[in-house]
Design a protein around this ligand. Structure first.
Ligand code: AMP
Ligand code: MG
Length: 344
């Protein structure tokens, strides 16, 4: 199959992409979070293609992308007022809400769950594709399953050239990590995944917010989890990733003592001078967490190379979007964290 390259700036692109979606084809779409591998979310056969092309486990549900709050009730029932308050405040934007699913949403889309995740992306061309297609677009991140997410059209083509109908190039994703997911079927609402909308921002609207264990700790493989996708290894390059915690100098001493040929260091831009002989790669600035979220997946993809033996990574701490970066990096490292103080 030839994969068509469309530009989000081309006024003709949304109609072409929408037509492909209506025909049941796969189209990779730009959003402010990451690129999505999109298909008609109401068409079982089209949704099945997403799982097949991505190699995605069948029990990992998809997010339905919609044009705005006016579409929530089309696909969800018993929608609480809180959902509309959140949509009013954060849509279009990096917030996904889990709500009870109407029967027209195929169980293949929700991976058998009675709930469905909905989000309105902050990318005008993509909203126009959804509007013209006349259906919600189901889209997981466009990476091959288990790999770091796709934040450029080139990443999408690397994983899927020749296997999908089209990719719409909207440039590098602004946020760079997947959407925040909040489950509104529980009281208090529960944070299932941190993202560009921060827990602090959610609490300001919701009052109370529970945080799912999967956000902060590894998942027991046999555990019954709220969103089954949370239990899989995620975001990881093929080699081992080790997070080295501690202060700048503690981490640098530990890494210098253990560095071997073939290893790489994934660090903050401020730390580059500390690792001159350790093949360092900076993914953003520690004092500006938005640069870390925007750069993380491109850096992890660069390190996903057979020549790389092991990655020592520096992980941000704190609230805001740093919390989402910490979550992704810890999952990429399978929660292997070295405390240099304890090690000496
Ligand atoms: P991705 O778009 O690849 O980031 O994956 C979408 C993620 O959304 C899944 O892995 C789940 O964690 C979450 N999700 C989607 N639908 C639901 C749902 N109905 N309930 C809980 N989580 C969901
Ligand atoms: Mg994903």
């Amino acid at each position: 199959m030839h994969t068509m390259r469309l530009s989000a700036e081309d006024p003709a692109a949304p109609a072409i992409a929408a037509e492909l979606i209506r025909k049941g084809e796969l189209v990779a779409i730009p959003t402010e979070t990451v690129y999505g591998l999109g298909a008609d979310g109401l068409n079982e056969a089209a949704v099945a293609k997403i799982f097949q092309v991505k190699g995605r486990p069948q029990d990992n549900p998809l997010i339905l992308h919609v044009t705005g709050a006016e579409q929530i009730a089309l696909f969800c029932h018993d929608v609480p007022q809180a959902a509309y308050r959140l949509a009013e405040r954060f849509w279009p934007g990096p917030l996904t809400m889990v709500l009870p699913a109407r029967d027209l949403v195929p169980r293949r889309t929700t991976a058998g769950l009675s709930t469905v995740a909905v989000r309105c992306p902050d990318c005008a061309a993509t909203r126009e594709i959804i509007r013209l297609a006349g259906v919600p677009i189901a889209a997981p991140s466009a990476n091959l399953s288990g790999k770091p997410s796709t934040t450029t059209a080139a990443h999408v083509l690397h994983d899927h050239d020749g296997r999908i109908a089209a990719v719409v190039d909207g440039g590098p994703c602004r946020v760079g990590v997947e959407s925040t997911i909040v489950d509104l079927t529980e009281q208090p609402p529960r944070l299932l995944r941190p993202g560009g909308v921060t827990p602090e921002q959610l609490k300001a609207v919701l009052g109370e917010l529970a945080v799912d264990r999967a956000v902060v700790a590894p998942i027991d493989q046999d555990a019954v989890v709220k969103a089954p996708g949370m239990k899989y290894r995620h975001y990881a390059p093929q080699c081992q990733v080790l997070i080295v915690s501690g202060t700048r100098s503690q981490a640098a001493s530990y890494i210098h003592a253990h560095f071997a040929p073939g290893d790489r260091v994934l660090c903050f831009a401020e730390e580059l001078p500390l690792y001159e002989n350790c093949a360092p790669l900076a993914y953003g600035r520690e004092d500006d967490a938005a640069t870390l979220s925007a750069g993380l997946f491109a850096a992890l993809r660069q390190l996903d190379d057979p020549s790389v033996n092991r990655v020592f990574a520096r992980c941000p701490q704190g609230g805001g979007v740093a919390y989402a970066v910490e979550n992704r990096l810890k999952k990429a490292a399978a929660f292997q964290i070295i405390d240099p103080e304890a090690d000496t």
